[in-house]
Design a protein around this ligand. Structure first.
Ligand code: ATP
Length: 344
């Protein structure tokens, strides 16, 4: 069962194409993350699902029902925004049940739902406070509680953690993920933060300039990027990518065997090995070492190639201060990624 299906859905504003004609399937009861750089169309996609924007063309289904022309309030969807969008003059409890009151649910039902969600999100101490008297994390929990209390089949979240500090963001990531699993929710979550995407998602939809680049599980997105864009976008330090055309790589001592049609070779920084035996080895010169504690980024050059290796911190200790030194650099054949002239 799909929570959301796009059939050739597009959205333009005048000449700005926010989303080109797109087919998309978002599975029910999974955590799906829309990931991509600023302006790629993530928020537009989410707002199209919510019914806050009408598509320029195409059909949108939610749980198999055509909702293309259905008003946002009748789509059975709840939404959590980056800004939390809480009413400042209402208490935590009043904020959470606001939508239930609008729907004129019986008081007993409202009370029971409120109690459940307040316990779930640990907000009991705060129920009488106003949003201004809460920390950012607590405000985010209230926004979440308000979305959950609606019992909608589908929960949409637009960068809900981006206003929190790093520590809290990490805690909330785990909490959100646990909630989604416990409640068996279908979540569509927008972020430009790949760590968030990789750590939370069942499925990542990677967007680029209004197009879907790749739909994959985090591990597959990392290990089998379908395009140069995906390869460069995913990874803490960008993948090393070299053009093969008339390049030193083929004339050097490397035993690189590009498959037919390959125009680019990619190797992740963490797959580069120093001073080790590997399938592909050549001499490089250390240009720069950036030591961060847990690991170090080593910038190397060899025969006009520039590359970056990410090495475990301990392994670096012997190399510190050895800028300009010559060193063996290599990688396993299995760590090679090939891309054709179209970047695929
Ligand atoms: P960000 O991460 O910066 O929020 P995003 O991936 O969510 O970006 P969108 O907000 O979906 O991107 O925007 C996609 C494109 O559509 C951008 O070029 C944006 O400028 C444009 N756009 C979005 N909303 C409108 C609008 N109401 N009118 C005109 N252009 C818009």
């Amino acid at each position: 069962m799909q929570a959301v299906t796009f059939e050739q859905v597009s959205k333009s504003w005048g000449s700005v194409v926010a989303l080109g004609a797109t087919d998309l399937a978002i599975p029910a009861h999974q955590f799906t993350v829309l990931l991509g750089p600023s302006g790629c169309g993530k928020t537009t996609t989410l707002r199209l699902i919510a019914g806050l924007e009408a598509p320029t063309s195409g059909q949108i289904q939610i749980f198999g029902r055509d909702v293309t022309h259905t008003h946002a309030s009748a789509r059975g969807v709840s939404m959590v925004f980056q800004s939390y969008a809480l009413f400042p003059h209402l208490s935590v409890a009043e904020n959470i049940v606001f939508g239930l009151r609008v729907r004129k649910l019986p008081q007993a039902v409202i009370d029971q739902k409120l109690k459940h969600v307040i316990d779930l999100l640990g907000l009991r101490q705060q129920i009488d406070r106003k949003p201004a008297q809460l920390s950012g994390g607590q405000q985010q929990r209230v926004a979440l509680a308000r979305a959950l209390v609606a019992d909608s089949q589908l929960c949409l979240m637009d960068e809900p953690l981006s206003n929190l500090d790093a520590q809290l963001r990490q805690e909330m990531r785990q909490e959100l993920r646990a909630l989604q699993q416990t409640l068996n929710l279908s979540v569509v979550y927008v972020t430009h933060d790949q760590i968030e995407a990789m750590s939370m998602a069942d499925q990542v939809v990677l967007l680029n300039a209004g197009r879907v680049e790749q739909v994959a599980k985090p591990v597959d997105l990392y290990q089998r990027p379908a395009s140069l864009f995906a390869a460069k976008f995913i990874g803490q330090t960008p993948m090393n990518i070299w053009p093969l055309d008339g390049h030193h790589l083929q004339s050097s001592t490397l035993r690189v065997q590009p498959p037919a049609g390959a125009k680019w070779l990619g190797v992740r920084p963490e797959a580069l090995l120093l001073n080790a035996t590997a399938d592909q080895v050549f001499e490089g010169r250390i240009e720069k070492i950036e030591y961060t504690g847990a690991d170090a980024l080593v910038t190397l050059t060899s025969q006009g190639l520039s590359l970056i290796a990410r090495i475990a911190g301990e392994a670096m200790t012997g190399l510190l201060g050895s800028s300009n030194a010559s060193i063996g650099v290599g990688w396993a054949s299995s760590a090679q990624h090939w891309f054709d002239e179209h970047g695929a």
